[in-house]
Design a protein around this ligand. Structure first.
Ligand code: SF4
Length: 616
């Protein structure tokens, strides 16, 4: 049957420098669809319980979805592994053209396990694998290694993912650079890659992705594009990417300022899309098949950083490396974020870690390095910290490379009160004290503090109705049901590895039509909700198996004990009582015990089994 799956994964074992193909079973396709679903099931099955994330036994997977590489809009790829930052399940998404190339080379995903005894990179040329020496690439930044590999292979159209020095040095929040301006940033997948002595993966594919029913698929694509075009938010996204959210977050009091102490920044407009365009933006580019082109490529045109080629900053980086550090010069922020991308560390976690260090420095809880004053607004200090964290060339850099949770434990002196994280992952740029549902979403996300597993803010302060009504942002009633529904649906669609921004306005029904036409599978009305709920329970089982204490389903002290000092929700916090109420309501919605453990009846209903191999 002609269909959009390639029906096999490539598994590379770096211990033995061998590879084999794993067939994709029908059971796996029907129950987990692709992307996050495949990754969650394979991680549970392939990883021995209690595996150290930076040991050779961890697995690193580059997964696609059934629609990746087709003309369906905005389909990308995701990396799944056990995170060194949180020791939980990690899925980290990437755009660009690498994921489609995996499909064109004939695979639904690439799985890497083991560790090479010297630096190597993988060269996958359609069905042929070569494991090549990478000693000469070790130490290069993400772009240098990308260029060098393309030159070495004599083909500029080869698609490459690579790590920078931070990944080589096992920084817990090291990223994987995907082509020129896309990163799988969160959770430290780059450190897992570095721990395997794997510098890069290059892929060239010349195959095609089959479609089961071509005319139905074209109709479904037309419908998806029409829905995307009709979305009220699409023009802003096309014009300025996610940077337009800076003003929205500031107006609603959710913008992090000075290590999340405040929720507004008086100079926020300098960091917004319009503020950035004065200095940065020249033109748009896109991930494969995306009509939105949210990536605003360009160069810094004025000032000290003139000439740096960079993207317009997306919202999270603009906020966490800008307002969160009290830095308003967007050219400097672009420079700092670019440095993170090149050295290979997540600019979100890094912005949070630097804010933490600046606050500790101002309070005298850590010493400033010689010649560098650790204080908010100091661009030179931020640059110093990025370099020393990535290069691991100072005690402070080595401590901060652990992430704020572990760094606070090392520093002591009450530093944990200033460490803003959930389960070890630094918080995103949406301080939740003015939106309690967002607080619940962040504290229950399966990979630690994450705003993308559910985004209730849209219903709390964004003007979108939930079941025909606006939600009170400060009320806790009903937030569990909202978060439960959004998490399930989001995890369900993450099986397609669709972009969160390239999916605005596209309905679940339309995604169902796309999936059915592409694969020939029957797709039910509640397919994505059910699949998402199944995945959410599987990742919970994985996290519990790996030692997660459900008491970690909680917000950092700053959001619980310190009322917001500014903005429309000034004086509000999410109290311990609010947290407990929402958490227990949420566990109940999920069919989990009061201790946060899935009931066997819930697992049975969803067909989630502890011990059943999907890789035979
Ligand atoms: S919206 Fe932006 S990030 Fe998403 S697929 Fe399109 S270009 Fe890529």
């Amino acid at each position: 049957m002609n269909e959009a799956y390639m029906n096999k994964f490539l598994l590379v074992d770096l211990n033995t420098l061998t590879s084999r193909e794993i067939p994709l079973s029908r059971k796996m396709r029907e129950q987990y669809i692709g992307g996050k679903g495949f990754g969650a099931r394979l991680l549970y099955d392939l990883l021995a319980p209690g595996t150290d994330p930076l040991s050779p036994d961890n697995v690193l997977m580059f997964m696609t979805g059934p629609l990746t590489g087709t003309m369906a809009p905005a389909m990308r790829g995701c990396i799944v592994t056990k995170s060194p930052l949180t020791h939980t399940f990690l899925d980290s998404y990437f755009g660009g053209h690498f994921a489609p190339e995996i499909k064109y080379a004939g695979y639904d995903g690439i799985i890497v396990q083991g560790k090479s005894d010297k630096p190597v990179y993988l060269w996958i040329d359609d069905g042929t694998l070569e494991i090549r020496d990478a000693a000469h690439l070790w130490g290069q930044d993400t772009l240098e290694s990308n260029h060098a590999i393309k030159k070495e292979l004599g083909d500029d159209s080869v698609r490459v993912v690579s790590i920078g020095p931070a990944g080589e040095n096992l920084v817990n929040y090291a990223l994987i650079g995907c082509e020129y301006n896309r990163q799988a940033g969160r959770g430290g997948a780059g450190a897992v890659m570095g721990s395997k002595n794997l510098k890069a993966i290059a892929v060239r594919g010349t195959g095609i992705v089959g479609i089961n029913n071509g005319s139905s698929f074209i109709s479904a694509c037309d419908k998806a594009r029409a829905e995307l075009d009709a979305s009220p938010d699409i023009d802003a996204m096309k014009a300025g990417g996610t940077a337009g959210s800076v003003d929205f977050a500031n107006e609603t009091g959710l913008l992090p300022h000075k290590n999340y102490s405040g929720g507004t920044f008086e100079k926020s407009s300098k960091l917004s899309d319009i503020g950035q365009a004065k200095h940065l933006w020249l033109g748009s580019s896109a991930c494969m098949g995306c009509p939105i082109r949210c990536s605003k490529m360009g160069a810094v045109r004025t000032g000290k950083y003139k000439g740096i080629i960079t993207d317009m900053l997306e919202y999270e980086s603009a906020a966490l490396m800008g307002s969160n550090l009290d830095i308003s010069d967007v050219r400097a922020v672009a420079h700092l974020v670019k440095l993170c991308d090149l050295l290979g560390i997540d600019s979100m976690s890094t912005g949070s870690v630097i804010g933490f260090a600046m606050e500790l420095g101002e309070k005298g809880l850590i010493d400033s390095p010689e010649g560098v004053e650790l204080k908010f607004g100091n661009i030179q200090a931020a640059e110093y910290l990025i370099k020393t964290i990535a290069n691991q060339d100072s005690d402070l850099g080595r401590t901060l490379a652990q992430g704020v949770k572990k760094a606070a434990a090392i520093i002591g002196k009450g530093a944990k009160d200033m460490a803003v994280h959930v389960k070890g992952m630094e918080a995103p740029a949406w301080g939740p004290r003015g939106a309690s549902g967002m607080g619940l979403a962040i504290m229950t996300a399966d990979r630690g503090a994450c705003h993308q597993r559910a985004f209730p803010i849209a219903y709390e302060v964004g003007g979108v109705a939930w079941k025909g009504q606006q939600m009170d942002p400060l009320d806790t009633v009903g937030k569990a049901e909202l978060v439960f529904s959004l998490q399930n649906y989001s995890a369900g669609l993450d099986t397609l590895v669709k972009c969160d921004f390239g999916s605005f306005g596209i309905s679940g029904d339309t995604y169902g039509l796309l999936l059915a036409a592409a694969t020939g599978q029957e797709v039910g009305e509640t397919q994505f909700d059910e699949t998402g709920e199944r995945i959410w329970n599987l990742t919970r089982l994985f996290n519990l198996r790996e030692g997660l204490d459900p008491a970690e389903d909680r917000l950092p002290r700053r959001f619980v004990s310190e009322p917001l000092p500014d903005g429309p929700h000034k004086g509000h916090r999410i109290s311990q009582e609010d947290m407990d109420y929402m958490k227990h309501d949420y566990y109940s919605q999920r069919g989990w015990s009061k201790k946060g453990i899935p009931f066997e009846s819930t697992l049975k209903r969803l067909g989630v089994k502890h011990n059943e191999s999907y890789t035979q």
